[in-house]
Design a protein around this ligand. Structure first.
Ligand SMILES: *[C@@H]1O[C@H](CO)[C@@H](O)[C@H](O)[C@H]1NC(C)=O
Ligand SMILES: *[C@@H]1O[C@H](CO)[C@@H](O)[C@H](O)[C@H]1NC(C)=O
Ligand SMILES: *[C@@H]1O[C@H](CO)[C@@H](O)[C@H](O)[C@H]1NC(C)=O
Length: 340
């Protein structure tokens, strides 16, 4: 499989995207700036003083997810997956950490991830002068032992998954794969790819472009289980995939789902013994995920699922455990969501 390129070079992305990519980045940054400014404006112009600031004890009670015979947990490892709404969650964790004066494990200066796609090592974090981090929430590829060793024993381990069909669609367009493979046929480039992925990959592997190692190619197939540590050579081995799923189930307190983001945050608040207000967020430019899958024919959806079979197994497994956890929260859950 030619997709399994796990190289690490200084920003190889530049070799491939050059001006086009820079332009996209500039537009994205401009857009984010506009969104931020308009949201700040909303904060200042809305009278939120009555709605959000609650001081009396009865009101406090409303926002508790549990009966509060627990201590809020300050140690969290968030395994950030790609194109799954994970940045919103990172923002929530950054805000929580800032408010509570917590210590973050950060990437080395000038980097924004822990040498992804390399499996995480403790040496990847910026020197912490002997301190143990409270929160790790930048992109890192799952590597159980160093991560467990790095974090305090009582840490909450969380990650987030997304319907593999929409995650694939989102990754494919965001990473500019159609451009990379020279199959830019406008709206149908995903169809063009998924109809003959192996042929297109073989052609690409044969081209001079393939000489530039492009680490994000690791996300072209089963990007979620890749982020969660499974090597691409095992994608077609269901036994290996199931072993990876078991490892995730055993080591993560929560596996959240982008499609049920609000419910996910309630689970997080409950698990970490946080106040629901700690996980309130702005819904910034989130596309309705259902819209995206709807535009694909059933046949196309099936092809995307087949290509991303390991991610489908992963998602299906945690889509079950997710609802079991919601059920366990029971009626408390309805109460909490009402207050969102
Ligand atoms: C934050 O923690 C550091 C020690 O880690 C301490 O020196 C500092 O005073 C704290 N700041 C606040 C605002 O609590
Ligand atoms: C997740 O599970 C729910 C409840 O069983 C189901 O309705 C939904 O279709 C599943 N989502 C996906 C993407 O498979
Ligand atoms: C790869 O390149 C060689 C020589 O340039 C050519 O003969 C061969 O057909 C190519 N294979 C594919 C799959 O494009």
């Amino acid at each position: 499989m030619a997709v399994t390129i796990t190289g690490l070079k200084t920003p190889p992305v530049l070799h491939i995207f050059n001006r086009r990519f820079t332009l996209r980045l500039a537009i994205l940054l401009l857009f984010l700036l506009i969104v931020c400014v308009s949201n700040l404006w909303k904060i200042f112009t809305l009278d939120i003083s009555e709605e959000v600031v609650m001081t009396n004890d009865d009101e406090e009670e409303k926002f508790r997810t549990t009966s509060r015979n627990c201590q809020p947990k300050h140690n969290v490892l968030f395994l950030k997956t790609h194109k799954t709404g994970s940045s919103t969650l990172t923002n929530i964790l950054n805000r929580y950490g800032d408010i509570h004066n917590l210590t973050f494990a950060l990437p080395q200066d000038g980097l924004y991830n822990f040498y992804w796609p390399l499996p995480f090592e403790k040496s990847f974090i910026k020197d912490m002068q002997g301190k143990q981090p409270n929160i790790l929430c930048h992109h890192a590829r799952w590597n159980k032992n160093p991560m467990k060793e790095l974090m305090a024993l009582d840490s909450v381990f969380i990650t987030i998954l997304r319907n593999p069909v929409t995650q694939f669609e989102s990754t494919f367009s965001y990473m500019g794969f159609a451009h990379l493979f020279g199959i830019e046929t406008g709206r149908d480039s995903i169809e063009a790819f998924i109809t003959d992925p192996n042929g297109i990959m073989a052609k690409f592997a044969n081209s001079s472009l393939a000489e530039n190692v492009f680490p994000y190619l690791n996300l072209l197939k089963n990007g979620q289980v890749f982020d969660l540590g499974l090597a691409s050579i095992h994608f077609h081995d269901d036994e290996k995939v199931n072993m990876a799923i078991d490892e995730i189930a055993a080591n993560f307190n929560l596996v959240l789902l982008m499609e049920y983001f609000d419910e996910s945050l309630v689970l997080l608040a409950n698990e970490a013994c946080w106040d629901v207000r700690d996980v309130v967020y702005f819904k910034l430019n989130q596309r309705k995920s259902a819209d995206k899958e709807d535009k694909f024919s059933n046949e196309l959806v099936e092809k995307i699922r087949l290509w991303n079979r390991a991610d489908v197994l992963l998602y299906d497994y945690f889509n079950k455990t997710f609802w079991n956890q919601i059920k366990k929260l029971g009626s408390a859950f309805k109460d909490i969501t009402m207050k969102f």
